[in-house]
Design a binder for this molecule. Structure first.
Ligand code: ADP
Ligand code: ZN
Length: 216
């Protein structure tokens, strides 16, 4: 099964990862996570994208398409994948179609997570991430059992550099300008399913699961 999971920043894409990967047994690939890793490792790609990303700007389509193309060559995607945060622009959506067409594959679903902007902003400000397993917490809505520690690995949680009030405005702007047009594109292909992203992550997951089961 090949899935795209999209939605504005903090709509809950990354929070679906533990549920979806467990349920479907395929990897969830986040371009944002891959880019953050490149920055952390200090690679030449990391150096190119660091400034723009910290300002909430999108990475260029060229660099993004390239990293996805390489990732989709790996063995673990043979049974399918969940793309998280990609495509994020129409040119990326066209590129993905072409890439899949070459492999005689197509997307099964595009899940579009929705939530009001004031909720997104609160989530972004309170978001903390586990640097070890990637699980996502929130100091207001989804507190870890022990303050600032991951429930699963005990690692100290970190705040993303781009999760500040100033940068959020920029990221939401990029979303409205560049990403929202994709919704129509996938709607026309009749693979778009809207999911309520304002719920707790597990409840949004149940919506996704029932959409998949319904069309089996
Ligand atoms: P969020 O959805 O909360 O903004 P992500 O981890 O998906 O978080 O993305 C973080 C940042 O990574 C984005 O603001 C952007 O700079 C970069 N990024 C991630 N995916 C893409 C993409 N498909 N195209 C361009 N830039 C991207
Ligand atoms: Zn963890």
């Amino acid at each position: 099964m090949r899935i795209v999971i999209m939605g504005p920043p903090a709509s809950g894409k990354g929070s679906q990862k533990p549920f979806l990967t467990e349920e479907l047994n395929i990897p969830q690939i986040s371009t944002g996570e891959m880019f953050r890793n490149e920055i952390k490792k200090g690679t030449s790609l990391g150096k190119k994208i660091e400034k723009g990303m910290s300002e909430g700007k999108l990475v260029t389509d060229e660099l993004t398409n390239e990293i996805v193309k390489e990732r989709l060559k790996e063995e673990d995607v043979s049974k399918g994948f969940i793309l998280d945060g990609y495509p994020r622009t129409l040119p990326q959506a066209f590129y993905l179609d072409q890439l899949l067409k070459e492999k005689q594959l197509k997307l099964d679903y595009v899940f579009n997570l929705t939530a009001d902007e004031d909720l997104l902003i609160k989530r972004i400000i309170g978001r903390r991430t586990c640097p070890q397993c990637g699980r996502i917490y929130n100091i207001y809505f989804l507190k870890p059992k022990v303050a600032n520690k991951c429930d699963y690995c005990g690692a100290t949680l970190v705040k993303r550099k781009d999760d500040t009030k100033e940068v959020i405005i920029e990221r939401l702007k990029a979303y409205h300008e560049k990403t929202e047009p994709i919704i129509n594109y996938y709607q026309e292909k009749a693979i778009l399913v809207n999911i309520d992203g304002s719920k707790a992550p597990y409840d949004s997951f149940l919506e996704i699961k029932s959409a998949i089961e319904k069309s089996k």
